[in-house]
Design a protein around this ligand. Structure first.
Ligand SMILES: Cc1cc2nc3c(=O)[nH]c(=O)nc-3n(C[C@H](O)[C@H](O)[C@H](O)COP(=O)(O)OP(=O)(O)OC[C@H]3O[C@@H](n4cnc5c(N)ncnc54)[C@H](O)[C@@H]3O)c2cc1C
Length: 440
């Protein structure tokens, strides 16, 4: 399903309750009351859809990428919060019991405490869930604790929100819309159950174990896994997986890492992991034989669908080399005849991962490898500085590579600079794939 179809699907889901309310044909109220109800209906629908907009559903991430899914999740959460916050303030009709003649509650707003308290709970809960997510880095919560609280908080908001709609809503009192809310809540909770219970239970039957952990570069490790049993991961070069290392499959401690191995080279998986925080700092001490659970493959950073691109340019910053190494390795292993270019930015030479293998790929497969160092040592003959517009002009535009496919992975500022420069050089947007190693 293309991205536009997903957007249309999203709008359809988010606006369905509003459409069903409108279709009831109830006598109109003041514009402010209608606006208040409309905001509430759309906010609640958006909250329920959020449960499907998380980067764990392969059917979605493989099409649009986890970056896009997470950005849309965050954007929709902010919009839903604004709608939900405004929702109670627009009502202008009296809050009281309706007079006997007003069976459609045209002149009043429901005020009973049993109807209102779930709304207050959902309203405050949504504010807390979104604020905690926005403040996560500043507040420094441990990722796993934050993740657990985020899931629980979201389930509470959804449950309370639906209860409020069913008890208080003028339109949600309708049977059809009421069932739509219950079905939506059921699907939202099913999505959580799928992620935290069903999928881990299935993964428990396909364990992996650590073959080796060896240094790959400065503060960077090469982790190799092998399946315990006959199963294997069916992935495409450039995709990533969530790894639960040395913990039970139901643990909240899983981290995403790009697969750096080539699928056609066998079932073993390789990851290039940079020390960054509490889990990755311990990666070098993981003993061989440690059990690992692999949730994947995810991600869209692959050559699939780009068979008509005449060449492949890979642009990596730091550990962003991991998925691109997988792509280069797969191109060599599968004999992809297209020319390839790797522009690989690092600070110092000690950070370059798999330098010998990259040289061998250049020699044997004809890939052009350009190292870019921002702090080059004396006598360095490669490119210096950062991968920027003038450098891309030389290696892309002047080298006649505008119609190639560009696959980018690295720190967000680098990706922004490179994407903007490529577009400026006339590379079509559909020929630029990028992934940042940030999942928040
Ligand atoms: C799609 C994707 C692919 C990635 N591929 C690689 C790779 O090939 N090699 C590599 O070295 N790094 C990769 N990363 C980054 C890697 O996931 C983080 O560096 C790692 O999870 C940090 O964990 P930590 O506990 O050591 O650090 P912490 O100090 O706990 O966290 C540092 C930051 O890492 C992120 N993070 C931490 N834990 C998680 C988690 N469980 N899930 C998601 N994000 C988390 C958060 O943004 C956090 O602020 C990738 C990230 C993503 C999103």
């Amino acid at each position: 399903m293309p991205a536009t179809a997903l957007i249309l699907l999203y709008l359809g889901l988010a606006l369905t309750p509003l459409g069903l309310a409108w279709a009831q044909g109830l006598p109109p109220r003041t514009i402010w009351d209608e606006l208040a109800s409309g905001l509430g209906l759309v906010a609640l629908a958006m909250i329920l859809v959020e449960f499907g907009q998380i980067g764990r559903f392969r059917a979605v991430t493989a099409r649009v990428g986890s970056d896009v899914v997470m950005r849309s999740h965050q954007l929709a959460a902010r919009v839903a919060l604004v709608f939900a916050v405004l929702h109670p303030f627009f009502y202008v009709s009296a809050m009281s019991d309706p007079p006997d003649w007003d069976v459609t509650r045209q002149t009043v707003v429901t005020y009973s405490w049993t109807a209102i308290w779930p709304g207050i709970l959902a309203w405050l809960g949504l504010g807390m869930v979104v604020t905690m997510a926005l403040a996560r880095d500043v507040a420094g919560y441990r990722y796993e604790i934050w993740r657990g609280l985020h899931g629980l908080g979201a389930a509470l908001v959804a449950g309370a929100g639906v209860l409020h709609a069913l008890r208080a809503g003028r339109y949600s009192g309708d049977d059809l819309l009421g069932w739509v809310w219950i079905a939506g809540l059921g699907l939202a909770l099913a999505a959580l159950t799928m992620i935290y219970v069903v999928a881990p239970a299935l993964r428990a039957r396909r364990p992996w174990r650590v073959l080796s952990v060896t240094p790959a570069a400065r503060r960077t490790w090469r982790l190799r896994l092998t399946p315990e049993g006959a199963h294997r991961l069916r992935y495409r070069a450039g995709q990533f997986a969530w790894l639960t290392i040395g913990r039970p499959p139901f643990s909240l401690n899983d981290n995403p890492f790009s697969i750096a191995s080539a699928p056609s080279r066998g079932p073993d998986l390789e990851f290039i992991i940079k020390q960054l925080g509490d889990m990755t700092d311990r990666i070098g001490q993981i003993p061989p034989g440690t059990r690992v659970y692999v949730d994947g493959p995810h991600g869209h950073l692959t050559l699939t669908g780009q068979e008509d691109a005449p060449g492949i340019a890979l642009i990596a910053g730091g550990v962003g080399i991991a998925p691109l190494l997988g792509i280069l390795r797969e191109m060599a292993a599968s004999g992809d005849p297209r020319p390839s270019l790797l522009m690989y930015g690092n600070r110092i030479p000690g950070q370059i991962v798999c330098e010998d293998e990259l040289q061998a790929l250049a020699r044997d497969h004809g890939s052009e490898v350009i190292h870019v160092l921002s702090e080059p040592p004396e006598g360095w003959s490669g490119e210096t500085g950062f991968v920027d517009a003038p450098m891309l002009r030389r290696h892309v535009a002047e080298a006649g590579r505008r119609d190639w496919l560009f696959v980018l992975c690295g720190p967000p500022p680098m990706l922004r600079t490179v994407e903007a420069a490529l577009l400026e050089l006339g590379v079509p947007a559909r020929r630029i794939l990028s992934e940042q190693f940030v999942y928040d």
